[in-house]
Design a protein around this ligand. Structure first.
Ligand code: ADP
Ligand code: TRP
Length: 322
């Protein structure tokens, strides 16, 4: 079974990215033939700054490796190291109705937010379909927000197979962890770069601790019981604490006598301890400057070998090659 997913290098990673995308991918890497990549072509739909894109790509690679992506188990590569993906995107676009892309929420949301519409933003799901189909992927773990893009992928694969009258492309299944809650941000909304409410995955201790103290809480007095429903502090604590510790915090909320500052401090300590092994691994990676490029170069070689086999098959079936 081939498992594939991509992450955009579009800025500093936050704990929403970790629990929503990275941890599930890391847990799956031993379950099959894993292909994980850095979607730098996709990031170009919003970033046109060479040094920044290069730095973000490098940082994402370091952070993913620090969190446990194991290059002995998963092929880890940069999307742009396999430029063949653009050829497949073109082939797919020849069977892609405009109306299919016009329906995509992600495109409509971005345009509604004031992001300038351009062809790449519109065609984003076609390139994503190519990412998936180029590697004969069977299973694609993604966040809920990517569900529609997976439907587009399956649609396009079926259309190509129908048009060519044979099974040229493998139809992938999507894996969405329905039970994985959306990680809330400092303001209680979904944690997201675009809402400026994130808790970074890595950073300096002092400013990070300050970030936790900024979590918005209500004005319940110290001595009074605190509401446990919709509590951002509790929702975040659940990610880091054992069931026992979590229940103990729920009880302290209910019994009153402790202020939110106390709970934020407890949350901060749980977060800091939770990521301690990843921080240590990150330091080790940083101390070995050649390591990341070595991993990505080897990953690119393997990914390219798989991709060129699949593309050969597609080129033959379409009549592009003899
Ligand atoms: P952002 O919203 O910060 O721009 P992205 O859209 O780049 O984040 O998300 C990358 C991955 O991280 C996606 O798979 C997405 O589902 C996951 N993700 C992002 N934010 C959260 C969150 N708050 N909770 C759970 N998963 C998230
Ligand atoms: N669109 C995905 C995101 O923003 C990233 C991505 C690009 C991806 N290509 C992919 C995810 C292929 C899974 C498979 O999160």
């Amino acid at each position: 079974m081939r498992i594939l997913t991509g992450l955009q290098p579009s800025g500093k990673l936050h704990i929403g990215n970790y629990f929503g995308a990275m941890e599930p991918a890391i847990l799956l890497q031993s379950q099959g033939d894993a292909y994980y990549f850095i979607a730098n072509y996709h990031a170009m739909t919003s970033l046109h700054d060479g040094p920044a894109l290069r730095a973000n790509t490098h940082e994402l690679a370091i952070d993913f490796l620090a969190c446990g992506l194991d290059p002995a188990k998963a092929v880890f590569f940069r999307q742009s190291d396999v430029p063949e993906v653009n050829e497949l995107a073109w082939i797919l676009s020849t069977v892609c109705p405009m109306s299919l892309l016009e329906k995509c929420h992600s495109y409509k949301d971005k345009v509604a937010k004031g992001i300038a519409s351009n062809h790449a933003l519109f065609a984003y799901p076609v390139l994503m379909a190519a990412d998936i189909l180029l590697y004969d992927s069977n299973l694609v773990p993604v966040g809920k927000d990517q569900k529609q893009h997976l439907e587009v992928t399956r649609d396009l694969a079926v259309k190509i197979n129908e048009a060519l009258g044979e099974t040229v492309l493998t139809i992938p299944d999507v894996l969405i962890k329905e039970e994985s809650a959306i990680v809330p941000g400092l303001d209680g909304q979904k944690m997201s770069k675009s809402y400026n409410n994130t808790i970074p995955l890595f950073g300096e201790e002092k400013p990070l601790r300050k970030t936790f103290m900024k979590i918005i809480s209500d004005s319940t007095a110290v001595e009074d019981p605190k509401p446990t429903e919709n509590s951002t502090i509790l929702a975040l604590f659940k990610l880091f604490a054992s069931e026992f510790e979590y229940q103990a915090m729920v009880e302290s909320f209910q019994s009153g006598g402790l202020g939110y500052g106390h709970f934020k401090q407890q949350l901060w300590e749980a977060y800091w301890n939770y990521f301690a092994p990843m921080r240590q691994r990150r330091e080790e990676i940083l101390a070995d400057p050649g390591y990341v490029n070595e991993v990505l170069t080897q990953g690119a070689e393997k990914a390219r070998a798989t991709a060129s086999n699949v593309l050969d098959r597609i080129r033959k079936a379409t009549g592009l090659s003899c």
